[in-house]
Design a protein around this ligand. Sequence first.
Ligand code: SAM
Length: 253
Amino acid sequence: MEEARMIELLVELHEGLDRLGPGDAQSTLRALRLCSELPPKPDILDIGCGTGAQTLTLAKNTDGKITATDLVPSLLSTVTERVAASGLQSRVTTQAADMNSLPFADGEFDLLWSEGALYIIGFDAGLATWRRLLEPGGYLVVSEASWFRPNPPDELAEFWAECYPGMRSVQGNAAAAKAMGWEVIATFHLPEAGWTEGYYAPLRERLTKFRRRHADDQEALGVAAMTEREMELFEAYSDYYGYAFYVLRRDQG
Ligand SMILES: C[S@@+](CC[C@H](N)C(=O)[O-])C[C@H]1O[C@@H](n2cnc3c(N)ncnc32)[C@H](O)[C@@H]1O
């Protein structure tokens, strides 16, 4: 399937959901508090913001300016509506941008944030290419699918080898970040409810209608089947993997 068609189907399946991947506001806040030396009004870039769940949490819990970016303009419209509904429009703007070539100046931000989207560019590539956007001493916070235990069962290893071959252990990612010159302030696991309640429960409700709408569309049915398979595997094997937050800091220069 072409990438554009895949994105279109995934956007349709997820449109209007609070979040487009595993996460919860408490974990966003926990990571934010670990960035303890931010300036009083930090400039923040949210990369791959989706429908803006973490954007809103960041805006409500800082006095900073936030630029929320995503590749998909219709998602950014949802963010704009949500931001306006919360009265935060003076501090939050949206901008369509590809995370592979972000159109911002060197050192423009104090904090880069990306929940559940770094896998698109890849952990190492994201850390390498986004670094220039930070002030010296600035922070990068990402959440990323990561192995929590070695030797996963075959069916799980095969699924993730296909969906995200670059997935590493938390220790492996932390070591890679360190080797690239980042200070690893902290890592922590997203609680399971961030998958099951925050993401999978509302998504499951969508699947029935999505299937009905696309009864003759093999590509769409394939996306539905893959989504359901992902949920089944998480139910069976959530002790082997999950999302981890990485709170990283650029050297002081
Ligand atoms: C799994 S979602 C996570 C969204 C949001 N951060 C959340 O947790 O709800 C990944 C997001 O990355 C966006 N995306 C995909 N490719 C991208 C790219 N090349 N540049 C920027 N964003 C991209 C998708 O449109 C989607 O909104």
